[in-house]
Write a protein that binds this ligand. Structure first.
Ligand code: FES
Length: 196
């Protein structure tokens, strides 16, 4: 997770993102009226998406108001989960799995490629605002390790060179196919796969 920015705008000069009432109601309807706070995770996801990948303090306060929860409880949740960012991120959020299966399958090579090519470390954003790099724990796709998540998509079976290809394509705004870089379907054995 990207930690809280000391430059967060205050509520007084902050312009709230547009969220239609019906979008909020759709989420709230999934939960009993007496348990509105149960909607905190999907509501924060919605707000984060609308803001562009992060949660400014006034938006956390708005979520607390909507759910009638203390602000601190909303903040605790937003700061606990790595899926939420408390300061602005780049256009492409690169989340590299560092847990054992991905590490054994070469996640260090992906990290090396990111560091060499983009000149950023964990938690940093490139000067042009194109990339933010985060080291995270298991992304739940260990069968095709190592995994790099870019925004909402997973890139699997990567190594140094395939990571470089992905970064080049993102840099140049070229289309990119997510999934296994070896062409594996789901978790089928490697010998059955056809390289892209
Ligand atoms: S260990 Fe990397 S996805 Fe599970």
């Amino acid at each position: 997770m990207i930690k809280e920015s000391s430059n967060d705008k205050t509520k007084s000069n902050y312009v709230f993102v547009d969220i239609e009432k019906k979008e909020i109601e759709k989420i709230l309807k999934r939960y009993p009226k007496t348990r509105a706070e149960s909607a905190v995770l999907p509501l924060l996801h919605l707000i984060q998406k609308k803001v562009g990948g992060w949660l400014p303090v006034p938006e956390l306060e708005r979520a607390a108001d909507i759910l009638k929860m203390p602000y601190m409880r909303v903040f605790e949740i937003a700061s606990f989960y790595t899926m939420f960012n408390l300061k602005p991120i780049g256009k492409n959020l690169l989340q590299l799995c560092q847990t054992t299966p991905c590490w054994l399958r070469g996640s260090d090579d992906i990290k090396k490629c990111i560091k060499e090519k983009l000149k950023i470390n964990n938690g940093e954003t490139t000067k042009d605002g194109l990339f933010t790099f985060l080291e995270v724990e298991c992304l739940g796709a260990c069968v095709n390790a190592p995994i790099l998540q870019v925004n909402d998509d997973y890139y699997e079976d990567l190594d140094y060179n395939s990571t470089k290809i992905i970064l080049n394509k993102l840099e140049n705004n070229n289309s990119l196919k997510s999934g296994s870089f070896l062409g594996r379907k789901s978790s089928e054995p490697k010998k059955n796969s056809v390289k892209n």
